[in-house]
Design a protein. Structure first.
Length: 297
């Protein structure tokens, strides 16, 4: 493979991503200043934390086939497939739910296929065991030598890649808040922030597992705890890919107020959580809060 295929800079990412102030009475009346860290503008095909998590993994893969995992609407699968198309390496997506194999592809998976990704559907029991050595050995036996990236792209390399997000916010905010799926972005963000800053994660999945996942990722990436971070697990709205009429109404209103297209699975929950926390008085007057916009609709 030509070496230039691994030069991610030729994709012209927008880095550092813009930091935009937002005038919103729901924050201003509590003395809180809201900023939006527009990671969704980094790259049209690899936006937000997908760029930050994938780029170090793709450099390590060095042009080899990348095999990774996701559900039927996985942003991570879409970004990986797009990276394969743009940089010229093969991609394989192991998709949760073998019942999907005989159905027409949804728009998300159809985009993956159009970008050249080989889709491999597995039953949900096998998917839950995707990190087991026997399951991985079976996949590698079927597809040959691959670079395996975990679900959501969250591993030590991804956490290290996300430290740059924290560094870009040095001196810019007191609290940086991000929606969390698998924990890699929060693990790296917290590690990259300056002393005196803290990170807050808003999990979009139920289960209470994310704290352990972030601690494990920081151990693997940095050798132990790094930075100040916490979680608020009240705003998952029923779990991943779940949304309620209340959440949709909130997102519609935020779009109308600020002209920002609001992605529903992560960003809407993040912004809803921040609005509720401001109303609760969770941020002392004079606090500057930066919300990381990790993706677009």
């Amino acid at each position: 493979m030509p070496s230039e295929a691994l030069d991610l800079s030729r994709l012209q990412p927008v880095l550092p991503s813009p930091l935009q102030p937002v005038e919103d009475l729901r924050f201003a009346r509590h003395g809180v200043r809201l900023l939006l860290k527009r990671d969704d503008l980094i790259h049209p095909d690899l936006p937000g934390n997908k760029w930050r998590k994938l780029s170090p993994n793709l450099r390590a893969a060095a042009g080899r086939t990348v095999l990774t995992f996701g559900g039927a609407y996985s942003n991570h699968l879409r970004a990986t497939a797009a990276a394969g198309r743009l940089l010229g390496f093969p991609t394989i997506g192991v998709v949760r739910g073998d019942e999907l194999a005989g159905r027409p592809l949804n728009p998300s998976l159809a985009r993956c296929a159009a970008d050249g990704m080989t889709l491999h559907f597995v039953d949900r029991t096998t998917y839950r065991a995707k990190a087991d050595s026997e399951v991985l050995a079976g996949l590698l036996s079927a597809f040959g030598e691959c670079c395996v990236i975990p679900e959501g792209g969250s591993n030590a390399l991804a956490a290290q890649g996300c430290t740059e997000l924290g560094r870009e916010l040095h001196g810019r905010a007191d609290v940086v808040v991000v929606a969390c799926g698998t924990g890699g972005t929060l693990a790296g963000l917290a590690a990259g922030l300056a002393p005196g800053q803290r990170a807050l994660g808003v999990p979009v999945l139920r289960g209470g597992f994310l704290g352990d996942a972030v601690r494990e990722l920081q151990q693997e990436a940095f050798g132990g705890p790094a930075g100040s971070w916490s979680l608020d697990e009240r705003f998952h709205f029923g779990g991943y890919a779940r949304a309620t009429p209340q959440l949709h109404a909130f997102a519609d209103d935020f779009e109308q107020r600020h002209g920002l297209p609001v992605e529903r699975l992560y960003v809407a929950k993040l912004l809803y959580a921040l609005t509720a926390l401001a109303e609760e008085g969770a941020f002392p007057p004079g606090t500057t809060v930066a919300a990381v916009v990790t993706g677009r609709p």
